[in-house]
Design a protein around this ligand. Structure first.
Ligand code: BES
Ligand code: MN
Ligand code: ZN
Length: 493
């Protein structure tokens, strides 16, 4: 994924290359500064530049006098640094050292103690920031200039051996996020439902059991809602069932379900041309589920986990479904399709029903780029959280705060549920003009029975969200770190 080689060491001779030091508030430096800055040039540099050790502020010295390093980079960490800030530090560092071949990072600053897991978090931040989607660029990026093919990073820290072990898990997370980002960034001509399923099938290499349902099998199961969406595209749908069995054999699995609309034209209720290209990312939920399964398997999570994704293209040809069509879902409930652009819920309702029926999971969490309305409500900084279970909701919210993949809980209730009652069928696939993210969630709730369930509307966070220290990619991979954390903190035996 990236040209980063990261290792951990208890000590390092600072000879040549870039040396990174951390500074606390007031520009206070750790013990490594003595050897690296014998000429005490940093104190003067701090003064000249007004550097006070503010978090993630930077002083960069080239060819510092009398230093054994070729370049000295100092990054502020404020009073102390912990949790998600460690990832942001790693990301900030990677952006600075990208053009260096050899980098030594001294994790040592007055006021902060770096546990092995903290060192691994800094490394994870580096990996996440180093992600590029450039496979379709045939010319070298000007901005990259004479960037070295590989950057050798040594992180100097007390518990280097334990940090190396913790880094294996971090690497699993970084790879899962990169997979999710790749899937979202990939254009729809290259990634149809069949190609998506093939990508998921690759997880077999990590020990994940992967079954792929084709159109015939889905028809036999009665998935009329999903198939109605798929019928307007020459590219057939696929449902992928991924199973990771890292827990005790008797433990019921936990389940994640993703919307995998590889492209959403809107169908006959077609979307306007402007911005339609973004709909190549309408499989962000399925990408997150696939990335999550990669991460859990790669780090051998001690949990039984099911991942299900519904992969379809919402396109329009002579056979595409029409507004007013009535379809029968796998649950037996009938749906009047009043708007063919409200297709995600039609895909998910069959995936959720199938998941619940086949696995009787402890809970189901679905992720979907489901509505524009959630962006109107929450912008790009929180995903919408809808749930029938306060406990699951609380755990998700906590995982969101810990990973900075933030969630905001939205309401559900009978008053909203009424809005999708239909005159001609059991329900219609759109509500009224208002509360569009909520009526979409109400629709899904009709397919989960009493199973604890949460729905994450990631339309504003899975793609096109603002760049951060750890993500510069259009497809963000939102959900992988969040749900990995949820599993790690609550559901491993
Ligand atoms: N995939 C879209 C939602 C979306 C919009 C995701 C923009 C990301 C960015 C979804 O299928 C959709 O079209 N939803 C409609 C629902 C409406 C027809 C009730 C919407 O939000 O406008
Ligand atoms: Mn749509
Ligand atoms: Zn859609």
């Amino acid at each position: 994924m990236s040209g980063l080689d990261i290792t951990f060491s208890r000590s390092a001779k600072a000879a040549g290359g870039l040396a990174v030091l951390l500074a606390a508030t007031g520009g206070k430096l750790g013990s490594a500064a003595k050897a690296l800055d014998p000429g005490k040039v940093l104190a003067k540099a701090f003064k000249v530049s007004g550097f006070t050790g503010k978090p993630l502020s930077v002083v960069d010295l080239l060819a510092p006098a009398r230093s054994p390093a070729d370049r000295l980079l100092v990054v502020g960490v404020g009073e102390s640094i912990q949790g998600h800030e460690l990832l942001r530090l790693g990301g900030t560092l990677e952006a600075q050292f990208r053009k260096s071949g050899k980098v030594t990072v001294y994790l040592d600053v007055p006021g902060s103690a770096f546990a092995p897991a903290d060192a691994a978090s800094v490394a994870l931040g580096m990996l996440l920031r180093s992600y590029r989607f450039d496979k379709y660029k045939t010319k070298k990026d000007e901005a990259d200039g004479d960037k070295p093919a590989r950057v050798k990073v040594t992180i100097v820290t007390e518990g280097a051996a334990a940090a190396t072990r913790a880094f294996a898990d971090a690497k699993a997370v970084a790879d899962g996020v990169a997979l999710a980002r790749d899937l979202v960034n990939e254009p729809a001509n290259a990634l149809g439902p069949v190609e998506f399923a093939a990508q998921a099938k690759n997880l077999q290499g990590l020990g994940v059991k992967v079954d792929i349902l084709d159109e015939r099998e889905m028809r036999k199961l009665g998935m009329g809602a999903l198939l109605g969406v798929a019928q307007g595209s020459p590219r057939p749908p696929r449902m992928v069932v991924m199973q990771w069995s890292g827990g005790k054999a008797k433990d019921k699995p936990i389940a994640f379900v993703g919307k995998g609309v590889v492209f959403d034209t809107g169908g006959n209720s077609m979307k306007p041309a402007s911005g339609m290209e973004d709909m190549k990312g309408d499989m962000g939920g399925a990408a997150a589920v696939t990335g999550l399964m990669h991460t859990l398997a790669a780090r051998k999570a001690k949990a039984n986990v099911v991942g299900i994704i519904g992969c379809v293209e919402n396109s329009v040809d002579g056979n595409a479904q029409r507004p007013g069509d009535i379809v029968t879902s796998m649950s037996g409930q009938t749906i009047e399709v009043l708007n063919t652009d409200a297709e995600g819920r039609l895909v998910l309702c069959d995936a959720l029903w199938y998941c619940n029926q086949r696995f009787q999971p402890r809970f189901m969490i679905d992720l979907a780029t489901l509505t524009g309305a959630i962006m109107v409500a929450l912008g790009h900084h929180h995903a919408g959280l809808f749930s029938n279970n306060d406990d699951l909701s609380g755990r998700l919210t906590a995982a969101g705060l810990a990973t900075s993949e933030k969630l905001w809980r939205m309401p559900l209730g009978p008053d909203y549920d009424k809005l999708i009652d239909s005159k001609n069928a059991d329900m219609k696939n759109i509500g009224g003009r208002y509360g569009g993210a909520i009526t979409a969630a109400q629709f899904l709730q009709r397919f989960v029975k009493d199973t604890p369930w949460a729905h994450l509307d990631v339309a504003g966070t899975a793609m096109g969200s603002p760049a951060t220290e750890i993500n510069q990619s259009w497809g963000s991979g939102f959900g992988v770190r969040l749900l990995d954390r949820l599993v790690r903190d609550n559901y491993e035996s």
